[in-house]
Every structure is written in C-alpha cells, then in structure tokens.
Design a protein around this ligand. Sequence first.
Ligand code: TNX
Length: 450
Amino acid sequence: MLRPATGFALPVVAGLGAAGDIILGLAAHDPTLGSEGYTLVVSATGVTIEANEPAGLFDAIQTLRQLLPPQVDASSAQAGPWVVPGVRISDYPRYAYRGAMLDVARHFFPVATVEQYIDELAMYKINVLHLHLSDDQGWRLAVDGWPALTTVGSKTAVGGGSGGFYTTSDYTAIVKYAQAHFITVVPEIDMPGHVGAALSSYASLNCDGVAPPINTTEEVGHTSLCVGKPAVDQFLTAVVGELAKLTPGPYIHIGGDEAASTSASDYALFMTKAAQVVKADGKTAMGWEDFARAALPTGSVAQYWDYRNGAALARQAVTKGGQLVMSPADHTYLDQKYTPATTLGLQWAGTHEVQDAYNWDPATEVPDLAADVIGVEGPLWTETLTSLPDLQYMAFPRMAELAEVGWTPQVQRNWSTFAPRLAAQAAAWKLLGINYYASPLVPWSENAGG
Ligand code: TNX
C-alpha cells in the first residue's frame, strides 16, 4: 500500500527490526485488544505496531495510512516528505460485526466493482460484506444443479437492464479478495418472498406450475415460493448447500423480509426449515428481522431495519435466543437520498444527511436489547444505482461514518470533533477516484472540498 506513492522498496522481512523500520509484531500480550485491536507507536526512531492477531495488524495499517500525508494514496511516486505524527495509540472495536451490504440483485455489479468497494470498506476497518445475491429482478449466483437460475434468472435487472451473475469461481474470487482485506462475506439468498427471478427460472417453484415473466419494476412483496412443494424444499437445500460450500465465513443470510405474498403459517414453516438447513450445513442463520416470526436456532442473527414498528420483531428474535445486527433504515440505509435534491436513491425512510448517519447509538436504538447487539451494517440497495460512481456517491461519506459508529465507544463520539476528521478524508477520496457527496455540513478544507 505504501510503495506506489512513496517509491520506497519497503521490503517485508522477518526479524526484530531496527531504528527507522515499521515493525509489525504479533505479541501484543494485551487481551483487551481482542482479535482486531492493536497498539501503534510512532516515535522519532520508527513505527511499532503490535496486535494479538493479523486482523489487528491490518487495522493498524489502515490507521497508519490515515496518519500519513494524503498523497500516500496516489498511484505514482510523490515527493513526500512522509511525516507521521508522534502518537501512542491503543485501539480496538466496540462491535465485532461491522458490515456493509451490497445489493447486486437489483442491478448487477461485476467482480472488479465489488473488489473496488472492498478496498474502500477496508480503509475504514469494515469487516463484513453482505451480498444480497437474489431478488425479484435478478438471480446472481450459479447454483449446482439449478442452471436456469442463471441462464434465465440472471438476465435482467430493475428497469429491464441486462443483468449478470457470478460463476462459482467469480464468487470464490470475491471471497478470497475480501479475506485478504480481513472482510468476511455473508451471502444472502432472499426467501420466501423477493423470489421473482427464481420463480421465472423454474415453473416447479410456483403453486400453479407456471413460470411467470420477470417483473423488473421496483415493486416489493408480490412473489412467494410455493411452500410445501417438494421442488421448493429441493431448491432450499440446494441453494443453502451451495452457499455453505462456497463460503468460509460463519453466516448464511436467508432474507425473509417483506414476504407479503406468503401466508403467516407458510412463512413460519418455511423460514424455520430454512434456518434448520443452514444449521445442518454448519453455519449460523442470519435474516432480516422479519424472520423472528419463525422458530430459530439459538444464536441466529436478526437484522433490525424497520424503525417504524417499535422493534417488536427484534425483541422476538432476542426472546428466541437470537442476536442483533443494527441496520435502522433511518440511519444506516445508504440508498436513501441525502436531501430531497439528491438525484440518486430512494426516500421511503426519509432523507439522511451526514449527521443522521452519525448521530445515533446502536445500543440505545432499542435500549432494552443493547446486550444482544453484535454490530451494525449499512445496506446499499441498488434500485436506482447502476455504476461504481453511483455506489460511491451514496456510500461516501455515510459508510465511513457508520464505520466509526461500529468501532468507537459512544462516549468518544461527537459530531463536532468527527466532522473535521471526516473532512480530512476527502483528500484520499479524490486521489483514489472515490466519488462522494460533498455535504455542506462537512467543513471540507479548501483544496479537498467537493
Ligand atoms: C426495503 S429493507 C427492502 C428492500 C428494498 C429497500 C429499499 C428490506 C429488508 N427490504 O427490498 O430494496 O427497502 O430501500
């Protein structure tokens, strides 16, 4: 990371290190740092980083990158000087789960775009990438034995675009790239609603045995698997089995949101079974909070999103022994417009300026459930987003803000000290070609502002 801009060779060598070195050590001997924490000391004689685990060294490097002059993110040799302020930092995350969700179903994004997004997430110590791999308008992952999911189901997108899908090797490449950035991939196949693309691919998944054409509008809640049909059970086993086989991480996300065309009893029956299939495949089931209506294995993770109904479902999930990832749509939904004038995005959860993304506390969002929160996630739904610059514009600065919500203790967070630090990031975004919303609420410095 440091070589292109500094032009230094920076060989990585084993040994004890000497003055002038950047020393990376895995002997922090400090249990409070956990698996992702680190210490970083910059003195007149060099830089010393210590962590308990490699993930902590990786996090420390991201911090070192922020301490260096912004030109360090240039892709060609720069003049320097490469001055790092003298610091003594001991740092570790508030939450273990700090996620970003990318909807590759409404619009498809090729591997290179996903990898670029991973690069950007890693800069802010995000450690989970949740991929929303299927929805009404498109199916995006090859599944062994179910070829029509991609030969038919992948061919379109919201508004009728050309779609696309990941082959097994594409998906594996994303997982490996994420791993190299200490990011765990959580794959999602959304069921039993949001399944239009699957229903169009296989007539047998439909109650009337007829495959409908794909509806590429933004409408939600109009499709359902035909719960109880043997083909639907075979589909469930095959799909979850494929995800489990290809995914080294602990979670398989089975969706479960907005299944307005599935009866309550079919919903409970199906999601209970789906969570059991995930467990039988050795993974932990994750779902949108709606899946708390089903019987869930202990330790299942519900994703809280609908801030409008008093968190009844999140509470139900916890009562059933579940844990929570907090994605309240009014603070974390990266697809919502910044202001009414934002061209991209939706606004069913209101408009979210930069302060709305920062000024909330995952622990007090649903106060009685604080103990069961394992982290936060920022969903980037893509009904209106079709390119990498679109994704970046909606994610930045809000994804960087969410990263701090997930990392930093609440007592150390306040907008007035955060805003100038956020402003300083723009220099790197410009050098890296990251499109962002230059909010008037952020004190961008003269040469960094939008
Ligand atoms: C609701 S939030 C959805 C998605 C949409 C999103 C748009 C949730 C679990 N489902 O299907 O893409 O709103 O903001």
